[in-house]
Ligand binder design. Structure first.
Ligand SMILES: *Cc1c(COP(=O)(O)O)cnc(C)c1O
Length: 492
């Protein structure tokens, strides 16, 4: 048995680490080319990725890295490419990539202080800075998460348990759900992310516990409709335990009227959660007033792996009153014995739905420190400005139909080459265009349905992308659409 060059031990290990990291970095840089994607199909990839996963004898790190470069990196989405603009999948910033290297090499685990001393304290400092950024009070607290799925889940968990404790003196953590949980309801806008429904399922409430409120012409929750929904639920004898606002919906980037939602939640003694996974980054900019009301949230979800340009995974769950975490408190003799709490040793295991947990807080920390609020805000501003200019470009084009003025950095549109083209044909054409673009790899755009018609979406998260890049994407759409139409794949 030889472990030489496989661990970070004094001599051989250090050399091997340096050389492995350098090789990995070269492989990443060499794999980048002119196109966002190679266009490989699932079948082609299945055929290509056929090397034995666990060979009896290893091929050596250099060979394995070369294989990954050729078979995997070459067929990965180039998230740093200026024509990659499909999903909320950002180009990762270089300071965060450096942080990622440090946090994985040191392998701290945030569940207990003795596994991550400085990391535990630093995560707390980053959480405080975030609470300040969103104007939460000084007893706010929080924890890093894998993203808004986990953050939204945790919000509804605390909200559900608080409601049953305060209204029925019931301890869910100990006793599970009472029969009265059948009447619990959470309200969200009809454009909200599916993770509220998913959380309701996971929390034993069922997806039908989620009540969707109508949105206005700008896709924001309609405050009157919210009031009517809450009254209706009251009359039906339901217990609304949470009002969830969205600051930045996935398609339109719409920001709910958070102040009105905070009022409604307060009036009904419901927990007010804000899903700011996407729009939270506005807090870095001069447009932070568009988030007005977020400072009244009982909890909020922010994702750094979206408009904060951090590599996946990186999110945070913030709570207005840190004492709320007591509802998921946990003590384990091996991690955080009660004696620790008495001595003030911070063990974060009781704040998370995870046990072993990554030191993801280092990524925004290093980025914030290195770049500063002003410059980071300017990067967010650049993406907002590009979305506006893209919308203007689409509005001016005869063959495109702009579907909404951008709120954040998404732009929704359809390719409609002939004015009188029926919606069904437009749907087919745009769906085929999206498929053809992925198969071609020149530009990556997303598809979604708007008013029942298949539409295209650009999610602009790259501060280095220009209007020329967008114009090239539109040309690529025209080109593949011409091919699709010539092949007779859609009816005229
Ligand atoms: C991305 C997103 C989610 C899901 O978050 P993950 O980070 O993917 O777990 C939830 N809500 C909104 C509004 C989002 O943008």
């Amino acid at each position: 048995m030889s472990a030489d060059g496989l661990f970070l031990d004094a001599d051989l290990g250090e050399k091997a680490y340096r050389s492995a990291m350098a090789h990995a970095v070269d492989a990443v840089l060499d794999a980048r080319d002119d196109e966002p994607y190679s266009g490989a199909t699932p079948d082609a990839l299945a055929a290509e990725l056929d090397a034995p996963v666990l060979p009896e004898d290893g091929v050596g790190l250099s060979n394995a890295i070369e294989d990954v470069a050729g078979d995997v990196l070459a067929h990965s989405v180039d998230t740093s490419h200026p024509r990659t603009a499909a999903h909320l999948q950002c180009p990762p910033m270089i300071p965060a990539l450096a942080a990622e290297a440090m946090l994985t090499a040191t392998n701290q685990s945030l569940d207990s202080f003795d596994q991550a001393p400085a990391a535990t304290v630093l995560e707390g400092r980053v959480v405080s800075a975030l609470a300040d950024l969103f104007d939460l009070p000084s007893d706010a607290d929080g924890v890093f998460t894998s993203g808004a799925t986990q953050s939204n889940f945790q919000a509804l968990l605390l909200a559900r348990d608080r409601s049953l404790a305060e209204h029925l003196e019931y301890d869910v953590q100990r006793d599970g759900l009472p029969a009265a949980a059948r009447d619990l309801r959470v309200v969200v806008s009809e454009e909200a992310h599916f993770t509220t429904e998913q959380a309701a399922h996971f929390l034993g409430l069922g997806e039908d516990a989620v009540v969707a409120v109508e949105t206005d012409a700008d896709h924001r929750m309609d405050a009157d409709a919210l009031a009517a929904t809450l009254d209706h639920l009251d009359r039906e004898g339901r217990e609304v335990f949470a009002v969830v606002g969205t600051a930045g919906t996935t398609d339109f980037g719409a920001i709910d009227p958070l102040d009105a939602l905070a009022d409604a939640a307060a009036e009904h003694d419901a927990w007010f959660h804000v899903d700011a996974a996407y729009g939270g980054a506005l807090a870095l900019t001069d447009e932070s007033d568009r988030l007005a009301g977020i400072e009244r949230a009982d909890s909020l979800a922010v994702d750094f792996h979206k408009l904060f340009f951090q590599p996946i995974s990186c999110g945070a769950f913030l709570v207005r009153d840190g004492a709320a975490f007591r509802r998921m408190a946990r003590t384990a003799a091996y991690l955080n014995p009660e004696a620790h709490a008495e001595r003030g040793v911070p063990n974060l295991v009781g704040k998370s739905t995870q046990t072993t947990r990554r030191f993801d807080a280092l990524k925004p920390y290093l980025t914030f420190r290195a770049v500063g609020r002003e410059r980071l805000g300017a990067l967010v501003d650049a993406t907002l400005a590009l979305a506006d200019r893209t919308a203007a470009l689409l509005a001016d084009a005869d063959d495109f139909e702009l579907l909404a003025d951008p709120s954040l950095t998404t732009v929704l549109f359809r390719y409609r080459p002939r004015e009188r083209m029926p919606d069904a044909a437009v749907s087919d054409l745009n769906a085929a265009v999206r498929e053809a673009l992925l198969a071609d790899g020149t530009a990556l755009v997303a598809r979604t349905d708007v008013a029942g018609v298949t539409s295209l979406k650009l999610t602009l998260l790259n501060p280095t992308a220009t209007l020329d890049d967008v114009a090239e994407t539109l040309d690529a759409i025209r080109a593949v659409a011409a091919d699709v139409e010539a092949a007779g794949e859609v009816s005229p």
